[in-house]
Design a protein around this ligand. Structure first.
Ligand code: TPP
Length: 542
């Protein structure tokens, strides 16, 4: 017999899980202990449960293998929730384990007691409390299968402290996870191939689940002569240097870049749930555009009216479309749309009156890091410049929350470095977002992870100032004091630099990267440059 906590951890390790991120708590001691001692699992202790959940989310987003986020009862569950919501909206597999009050205390609002499945129901695919130790291993197996199949997402198991204290038979050893890969229907694929082959202006929207089918995606784009867009914050799903690549469907996508999508007659949606930002507020694709969608989850495949909805494994479906592709790729000229994208991506000369133009800061970062660096970003207007001016040419290089969760950047970078230590990993944040989770730099230092954090500091919740000025003509609650972020980084054990001039930036970034230590570069940007197109002053005047 073994402890119930050890049974949980053995099932996780057997399925391929490699890390459990947590803030420890007294309600799940046995799981913490077993994770710490298991040879294939690293227990990563973080400074805040939101950091733990963001790390678990980012690791799975990067690797495709779920990680675990663990926390204690109501208090930990509350802090963890933002990362679980992120995993749900971003379709990322995650296993959440929450310690729960002892079963003999349950239902009396015991210390930190919350109905955890009730609390988590709306932000998970499945949530349950496990009341019997002998059933624990089976619940964990089901949690793993549910998290990784169909539209992936987070699942939660609440584990009462007394259940974890029991002893159980060792779980059976099972093969590592292999989620079902529904086969595409040949007749649907023929109809899809017919539509794409006969189209005048076919475009592809590559979404969250297209990452494992890059070769097939490029092949389909070339063989059908289709233009390609990437969904919101999934820019690494298609090589941005490819002549068929036409741009990113995000917040603030310029009209010139959207035009080819608006003019398309057939839209092939690949592994994408067509969220609000990707669809430009549910405006695109329009009803008269013929949609072909491919998604392993039948419901998601049919969220939008589609001529052909293929509920199938993305890679298999694309491979079948390739097999059915016309002998001669139809000639379609995307040069106009491609030029529009390249123009929008071009970094302009500095527009800064004081400090650094955020677009120039992105350019300096691009010059300093290798092309296959992983770039994790927070949410905020600073990210408009990153998404606009970066070129994502390599797979698995973008970690960005499609739900716009602030505080994501630093924890995501920590997880990326743990999961892929050989790659250069950078977090890009605004000062508002950095100050929500920047303490995870201490986690990076403790685990010896040389991540680079770049803060584009404008002293504002700039995004909100923009919305307020546009809607109401004045601002409220958006100021951020001039915290000495370099000194803060020092105090957490990392290197810290402050840069106020564009010319200083690239050498400082190179020095920080060469140091082999966790480092923060605080870039003072011009707060007036609020989007790639507008200045705060213009919004105030308008
Ligand atoms: C957790 C969370 N809280 C609040 C928001 C709303 N929000 C969106 S952007 C933003 C401001 C971000 O400020 P900062 O990180 O400094 O970036 P900036 O917009 O100034 O570039 C806020 C408050 C959010 N997206 N996430």
């Amino acid at each position: 017999m073994i402890g119930a906590g050890e049974a949980v951890v053995r099932v996780l390790a057997g399925a391929g899980v490699r890390r459990a991120y947590t803030v420890p708590g007294e309600s799940f001691l046995e799981v913490l202990d077993a994770a710490e001692r298991h040879p294939q699992i690293t227990l990563v202790s973080t400074r805040h449960e939101s950091g733990a959940a963001f790390m678990a989310e980012a690791e799975a987003k990067l690797t495709g293998v779920p990680a675990v986020a663990m926390a204690t009862r109501g208090v930990g569950a509350s802090n963890l929730a933002i990362g679980v919501h992120t995993a749900r909206q971003d379709s990322t597999p995650m296993v959440v384990l929450l310690g729960q009050v002892e079963t003999s205390f349950a239902g009396r609002e015991a210390f930190q007691e919350v109905d955890l499945p009730g609390f988590y129901r709306h932000i998970t695919k499945w949530s349950a409390t496990v009341y019997r130790a002998d059933l624990l291993a089976g619940f964990v197996e089901r949690a793993l299968r549910t998290a990784t199949s169909g539209r992936p997402g987070p699942v939660m198991l609440a584990l009462p402290a007394d259940v974890l204290g029991e002893r159980v038979a060792p779980p059976e050893t099972r093969a590592p996870l292999s989620p079902p890969r529904p086969a595409p229907s040949r007749s649907e694929a023929r109809r899809a191939a017919g539509l794409l082959g006969a189209a005048c202006r076919p475009v592809i929207v590559a979404g969250e689940l297209s990452g494992g089918a890059r070769g097939e995606l490029v092949g389909v784009a070339e063989r059908y002569g289709a233009g390609v867009y990437t969904a919101f914050r999934r820019q690494d799903r298609f090589p941005n240097g490819h002549p068929n690549y036409l741009g990113h469907l995000g917040l603030g996508t310029p009209p010139s870049v959207l035009r080819a999508l608006e003019e398309a007659d057939v839209v092939l949606v690949v592994g994408c749930r067509l969220d609000e930002a990707t669809t430009q507020g549910y405006a695109l694709p329009r009803r008269e555009q013929a949609v072909v969608s491919i998604h392993p989850d039948p419901e998601t495949a049919q969220l939008f009216p589609a001529e052909v909805a293929m509920a199938a494994d993305v890679r298999e479906a694309l491979a079948l479309l390739l097999e059915l592709a016309p002998e001669e790729p139809p000639r379609r000229d995307w040069s106009g749309a491609r030029t529009a994208y390249l123009r929008a991506r071009r970094v302009p000369p500095s527009r800064a009156g004081s400090g650094v133009d955020p677009a120039r800061a992105v350019a300096a970062l691009r010059a300093a890091v290798p092309g296959d660096a992983v770039v994790a970003n927070d949410a905020g207007n600073f990210s408009l410049f990153l998404h606009r001016h970066w070129s994502y040419d390599h797979p698995r290089t973008q970690l960005a929350p499609a739900n716009g969760a602030m505080g994501y950047g630093v924890p995501a970078a920590v997880a990326a470095k743990l999961a892929d230590p050989g790659r250069c990993v950078v977090a890009v944040c605004g000062d508002g977002g950095f100050l929500m989770s920047g303490q995870e730099l201490e986690t990076a230092v403790r685990y010896g992870l040389p991540v680079l954090v770049v803060v584009l500091r404008n002293g504002l919740h700039g995004t909100i100032a923009m919305h307020q000025l546009r809607s109401l003509g004045r601002t409220a609650g958006v100021e951020i004091e001039g915290v000495d972020l370099a000194a803060y980084a020092h105090s957490l054990g990392a290197r810290g630099y402050t840069v106020g001039e564009e010319g200083e930036l690239e050498p400082v970034l190179r020095e920080a990267l060469a140091s082999g230590e966790a480092a923060l570069v605080d870039v003072m940007t011009d707060p007036e440059i609020i989007t790639p197109e507008s200045r705060l002053q213009d919004l105030r005047r308008a």
